[in-house]
Design a protein around this ligand. Structure first.
Ligand SMILES: *[C@@H]1O[C@H](CO)[C@@H](O)[C@H](O)[C@H]1NC(C)=O
Length: 178
C-alpha cells in the first residue's frame, strides 16, 4: 500500500518533469480585439507602406505562429473575409471606382491605390491564417501559402510603385467579429 503510493508518486513526478511534445507549447494570450472594418482597414493616407500598416493593425508575434491564440486566428480570418467583401461587394472598392469614373480620374486613382492596399490587407491576413493553421494543426498548406504569397508580393510591389500618392478608403460596413 505504502510502496504503491510512493511508486505512483514518483511516476507522477517523472511524468510531470518529462518534457512532452505539447508540454512546451504555450498558447499566448490574445493580442487582437474585435474591430469594425473602418478601424482595421489601411487604405486611408498614402500608398507605399501597406504591409507595415497591416502588421501594425494585427500585431501578432509572427516568429511564434504555433502559439497564436485561437481567438486571434478567428479574428484574422474574419477580417480577411471582410476585407475581401470591401473590395467586391456592393459599396466596396470596385463600385466606388466605377462611380468615380474609373481609375483615370483623381478620385478613382486614389480609390485604386486604396484597393491595392486593401488587397495587401486581405492577402497578408490570408497567408498569416494559413501559416498559423500549418504551425498549429499540422495541415500542409505549403502549396496554398505559395500561391497566396505570390499574389501578396505582386500587390506589395504595386503599392510601393505608387508610394506617396493619395490613397482613399471606402465607407464599408463590416467587422472582424468571428
Ligand atoms: C506539403 O505539400 C508540398 C506541396 O504540395 C509538398 O511538396 C510537400 O512534400 C508536402 N509536405 C509534407 C510534409 O507532406
Amino acid at each position: 500500500m505504502y510502496l504503491k503510493g510512493a511508486l505512483l508518486f514518483s511516476l507522477l513526478a517523472s511524468s510531470l518533469a518529462a518534457p512532452t511534445a505539447n508540454g512546451d507549447r504555450k498558447v499566448k494570450r490574445g493580442v487582437l480585439t474585435v474591430q469594425d472594418y473602418s478601424q482595421f482597414q489601411v487604405s486611408d493616407g498614402v500608398a507605399g507602406n501597406a504591409l507595415a500598416e497591416v502588421n501594425a493593425k494585427f500585431p501578432i508575434d509572427q516568429s511564434d505562429l504555433a502559439s497564436v491564440d485561437p481567438q486571434d486566428l478567428a479574428i484574422i480570418k474574419a477580417a480577411r473575409e471582410t476585407a475581401e467583401a470591401a473590395e467586391t461587394d456592393e459599396g466596396g472598392f470596385n463600385d466606388a471606382i466605377k462611380a468615380a469614373g474609373g481609375t483615370s480620374t483623381a478620385a478613382g486613382k486614389a480609390l485604386q491605390n486604396g484597393k491595392i492596399k486593401n488587397k495587401v490587407l486581405k492577402l497578408q491576413l490570408e497567408v498569416l491564417a494559413l501559416q498559423i493553421e500549418a504551425a498549429q494543426g499540422g495541415s500542409n498548406n505549403t502549396a496554398k501559402i505559395a500561391e497566396e504569397q505570390k499574389k501578396l508580393d505582386t500587390n506589395i510591389k504595386l503599392d510601393q510603385a505608387a508610394a506617396g500618392q493619395p490613397s482613399q478608403s471606402v465607407d464599408f460596413q463590416g467587422s472582424d467579429q468571428p
